[in-house]
Design a protein around this ligand. Structure first.
Ligand SMILES: Cc1cc2nc3c(=O)[nH]c(=O)nc-3n(C[C@H](O)[C@H](O)[C@H](O)COP(=O)(O)OP(=O)(O)OC[C@H]3O[C@@H](n4cnc5c(N)ncnc54)[C@H](O)[C@@H]3O)c2cc1C
Ligand SMILES: Cc1cc2nc3c(=O)[nH]c(=O)nc-3n(C[C@H](O)[C@H](O)[C@H](O)COP(=O)(O)O)c2cc1C
Length: 565
């Protein structure tokens, strides 16, 4: 079938390829063979146009999709790149090749900008027989519902008659390599297949390689409330020490899995009459009931889907609403401990929470990391309640053991030492900027630094006040602008201070400064972004559209970064 010379060439070509790569090449060649017509000629018209859409909350899917679109362009494939927030839903039925990059957020929820698209898919009955698609799902395997949104979008597109031409690819936080492999497959399909021929591929998603997060074992060295007496807030400055050298940089976050409160666990044990030492096997672990309830299972603010399953197990009518397990057990009790054991098995693991590091290894040592944690408070069942992890962290006395992992952020990073930096971070948004400033101070970086900070009251809420004052005195901080919203009759926020400094800020930006925003996503980061757009339009004499483009360009160049939540 093949001459000896050619066979030798083939062997030489394949030398050094891994088993996995050979399996992929095998599939790739099958695609080519399948798409040659009976005369042995390749199908005439290769598809050279695809839709690549992204659904993102923290920017990873957008950055990735933009990068992949660039790769496709170089290969002569025309890509229509779109944010799912802007995507016209009516167009879906007309699409030919449709590739989706989408993350999972919250507790297995779609990114907010993609929610309209996601809801449309969930709530409609569509017919998409002409659609050839694949989904790249971004996620984090530390979360109980890993890549759930990507899975759901993939399943819906198939259910509506779309043909999956490349299997769903799930990616963990180190998504680059898996994404590149997925996109190679996408491009190979686009290159090889005519619009009419692709065969649907198996439903089985491509499992990503396990990243095996490294958990550090640390000890609380310091835990102090930064707010003064009389404040409405509690913000903890927490220092964690480790024996092992830490691998993190300013701009990274650390992930912490909190434990449930002992009083709540005790209440659950009393309400159900379960033996706390009874060993139970859940989907992930086998442990005694008390241990499971304390360290493994999420008992707070259960998802409506979990409440529904609880209703089925206990055969009771319960409204579709989220609530804590303890409230559920109180209002809709289980009949016996067997029922409760069944309930335990349906609970999900406790999800980690991320906290921006507020220290720099260069300044604070390589065996120490600091975080700045606001005690989360809210009303539920007419009671003042507190967020699980922030309360857990606030309660940890000096000397307590704590485990955590480092979550790298490749983009929210200090630029070269000579570049100017504009940092806008009210509230706990100060955290990464305390790290930036400490790093720049310790390394003698020449670039200028401008910090915008805001909180409620100057007297009680100026977080890290003495450090900031010192940075002003030593010249590390070139400018600092403060917005204490409740110190005067009218509310003043950081975005107002940003607008007041329009001319000087625009000069900084035009001279190459990097802009960073950290803190609350909504409304703070949106209001600050609106202020920046206003400044760019006003000072740069641009239309609103040109101002948007200018800011988008800064974002593309990595000169406009956000760490918001
Ligand atoms: C990249 C990133 C960086 C971050 N950096 C920081 C930082 O530097 N500092 C910081 O303080 N935070 C930071 N956060 C936020 C942090 O991760 C947590 O989200 C925050 O501390 C709240 O977590 P929690 O466990 O205390 O609250 P949770 O228990 O998760 O509660 C969160 C919210 O859920 C709702 N809720 C919970 N239970 C109920 C109930 N029973 N009934 C009704 N509603 C309920 C409430 O609205 C509540 O406010 C960051 C987040 C991200 C993504
Ligand atoms: C608050 C929060 C909740 C998250 N929840 C999940 C989740 O439930 N499942 C998951 O797989 N990933 C989860 N992730 C991880 C994100 O999907 C992951 O960081 C992804 O790279 C973000 O992509 P994006 O920037 O395009 O939104 C969560 C991240 C954050 C910050």
């Amino acid at each position: 079938m093949i001459g000896e010379g050619r066979l030798k060439q083939l062997h030489q070509l394949l030398e050094g390829y891994s088993h996995e790569e050979l399996v992929w090449i095998n599939g790739y060649l099958s695609g080519i063979v399948a798409n040659r017509n009976t005369n042995g000629h390749e199908a005439k018209q290769a598809v050279k146009k695809i839709n690549l859409v992204f659904g993102t909350e923290t920017g990873n899917s957008k950055r990735l999709a933009t990068q992949l679109a660039g790769v496709a362009k170089k290969k002569g494939v025309h890509v229509k790149l779109a944010d799912l927030s802007q995507y016209r839903l009516a167009d879906l039925a007309k699409e030919d090749y449709f590739f989706v990059v989408i993350s999972t957020q919250g507790e297995g929820e779609p990114p907010i900008p993609a929610k309209k698209f996601y809801d449309h898919l969930q709530e409609s009955t569509l017919s998409l027989p002409g659609l050839k698609y694949s989904v790249l799902a971004l996620g984090d395997s530390s979360y109980p519902l890993f890549c759930k949104t990507g899975e759901e979008v993939d399943a819906k597109l198939e259910q509506f008659g779309g043909r999956r031409v490349v299997p769903l690819q799930k990616c963990d936080v180190d998504y680059e390599e898996d994404a590149a492999i997925w996109f190679d497959k996408v491009l190979a399909i686009v290159d090889q297949q005519t619009a009419a021929t692709p065969e649907p591929v198996s439903v089985k998603p491509i499992e990503k390689k396990a990243t095996g997060k490294k958990y550090y074992q640390g000890e609380i060295l310091n835990n102090i409330n930064l707010n003064d007496r009389g404040s409405n807030k509690q913000t903890y400055h927490i220092e964690i020490g480790t024996d092992e050298q830490l691998a993190y940089e300013p701009g990274d976050t650390i992930g912490i899995v909190p434990a449930n409160r002992k009083e709540v666990v005790d209440k659950i044990i009393t309400l159900t009459g379960v033996d706390p030492s009874l060993e139970v096997t859940t989907t992930k672990v086998t442990a005694a009931v008390r241990e499971l309830l304390t360290y493994n299972l999420n008992i707070c603010y259960l998802l409506t889907s979990t409440v529904k399953k609880y209703a089925t197990i206990t055969a009771q009518e319960i409204p579709d609403t989220r609530m804590d397990l303890v409230d559920l057990l109180r209002i809709y009790p289980v009949k016996n401990t067997d029922q409760f054991i069944e309930v335990l098995k349906l609970l999900m693991p406790i999800a980690p929470r991320l906290y921006s590091v507020s220290s720099s290894p260069v300044s604070h040592g390589e065996n120490e990391v600091h975080i700045t944690v606001a005690r989360n408070q809210f009303l539920a069942q007419d009671e003042q309640r507190f967020g699980l992890c922030s309360e857990f962290l606030g309660d940890q006395p000096v000397g307590t053991a704590i485990s955590f992992y480092v979550h790298k952020d490749k983009h929210f990073k200090l630029p070269a030492a000579d570049k100017d930096v504009i940092m806008i971070g009210p509230g706990t948004g100060v955290a990464p900027f305390r790290a930036f400033l400490a790093h720049r101070d310790a390394t003698g970086a020449a670039g200028r630094n401008w910090f915008f900070f805001g909180e409620q009251y100057f007297l009680t809420d100026f977080l890290y006040q003495s450090e900031m004052q010192q940075y002003v005195q030593t010249g590390v901080l070139t400018n600092i602008d403060l917005a204490f919203s409740r110190d005067q009759p009218e509310k003043i926020y950081v975005q107002h201070r940003v607008l007041e400094k329009a001319t000087e800020l625009y000069q900084w930006i035009n001279n190459g400064a990097y802009i960073f925003i950290s803190g609350t996503k909504d409304p703070m980061s949106k209001d600050v972004e609106a202020a920046l757009l206003q400044i760019i339009a006003q000072e740069g004499k641009k239309t609103n559209e040109d101002a948007r483009q200018y800011l988008d360009q800064l974002e593309k160049e990595g000169r406009y970064e956000k760490d918001v939540y």
